[in-house]
Design a protein around this ligand. Structure first.
Ligand code: ADP
Ligand code: TRP
Length: 321
């Protein structure tokens, strides 16, 4: 079984990225052949600063490796080191109806907000389809917001197979219900674009301040809270603390007598401890960037071997060869 996923180098990674995509992807390393990459071509649709892209790319590599991506078990590379994906994007684009892309949230939401949209952003799901199909991927672990893109990928693969004969594996998205949409500091979906993120790694003081600053309602500590399970800090605590600890805080909140300040303090401590080992690993990796670069280069060469075979199959099927 082949598992594939990608993540854009568009800013510091956060708990939504971790619980929605990275942790499931890391767990799946045991279940099959895992292929994970840093989607730097994708980041070109909305980030126009070269130095920032380079820095973010390295940060994503450090974050992912620190969190447990094991390069001995998985193939890990920078998307642009396997440029074959661009050729496949062209081929797939010719079978992609405009309407399919017009319906994609990635494009629709930005354009509705009046953000200037470029052709790359419009065609972004086609590049993502090429990422997935180029590696004969069976399973694509992602957060819920990417489900539509995997569905588009399936549609395009089916069209190609109908037009040119069976060429591509039809992939399945894998979305974990419990973590499909991790809430951010304001209760909306956690997202870089909403400015409501809790980063996986970062400055302790600033992160403590962010968590202690979560706005709650004005009920007194003594008041029972029958809706305790909906409390944002409780929801986040469930992700970073052992289940019995999170349940205990939830029950205390429900019964009354637990103040929001104490709840947020507990959330910060559990969050900080949750990533303690990863933080130490990240510091080691950051002190050995040559190693990180060689992991990515080795990953690219392994990825390219697979990509070349699948691309040749598509070229032959479609009469380019
Ligand atoms: P952002 O919304 O911060 O820009 P991305 O779109 O780059 O995040 O998402 C990268 C991966 O992380 C995707 O698989 C996405 O589904 C997942 N993801 C992002 N935010 C969340 C969230 N709040 N909950 C669950 N998964 C998320
Ligand atoms: N579009 C994805 C995101 O923004 C990243 C991505 C690019 C991806 N190519 C992919 C995810 C292929 C899964 C499979 O999060």
């Amino acid at each position: 079984m082949r598992i594939l996923s990608g993540i854009q180098p568009s800013g510091a990674l956060h708990l939504g990225n971790y619980f929605g995509m990275m942790r499931p992807a890391i767990e799946l390393q045991e279940k099959g052949e895992a292929f994970y990459f840093i989607a730097n071509y994708h980041s070109m649709t909305s980030l126009f600063d070269a130095a920032e892209r380079r820095k973010n790319t390295l940060d994503v590599a450090l974050d992912f490796l620190a969190c447990g991506l094991d390069p001995k078990r998985s193939v890990f590379w920078r998307q642009s080191d396997v440029p074959e994906v661009c050729e496949l994007t062209w081929m797939l684009g010719t079978l992609t109806p405009m309407g399919l892309l017009e319906r994609c949230h990635s494009f629709k939401d930005k354009s509705a907000k009046g953000i200037p949209v470029n052709h790359g952003l419009f065609a972004y799901p086609v590049l993502m389809a090429a990422d997935i199909l180029l590696f004969d991927s069976n399973i694509v672990p992602v957060g819920r917001d990417q489900k539509q893109h995997v569905e588009v990928t399936r549609d395009i693969a089916i069209k190609f197979n109908e037009a040119y004969g069976h060429t591509f594996v039809i992939p399945e998205p894998q979305i974990k219900d419990e973590t499909a949409a991790v809430p951010g500091l304001d209760g909306q979906k956690m997202s870089k674009s909403y400015g409501n993120t809790i980063e996986i790694f970062g400055d302790e003081k600033a992160l403590r301040k962010k968590i202690m600053g979560i706005v709650m309602d004005s009920r007194t500590p003594a008041e029972p809270k029958p809706d305790a399970e909906k409390n944002l800090a409780v929801q986040l605590l469930r992700l970073v603390a052992p289940a019995d600890v999170a349940a205990d805080f939830e029950n205390r909140l429900r019964a009354g007598g637990l103040g929001y300040g104490d709840l947020k303090k507990a959330l910060f401590e559990h969050y900080w401890n949750h990533f303690a080992a990863a933080r130490a690993r990240r510091a080691e990796l950051a002190a050995n960037l040559d190693h990180v670069e060689s992991v990515l280069r080795d990953g690219a060469s392994r990825a390219r071997t697979v990509a070349a075979k699948v691309l040749k199959r598509a070229r032959q099927a479609s009469g380019l060869e």
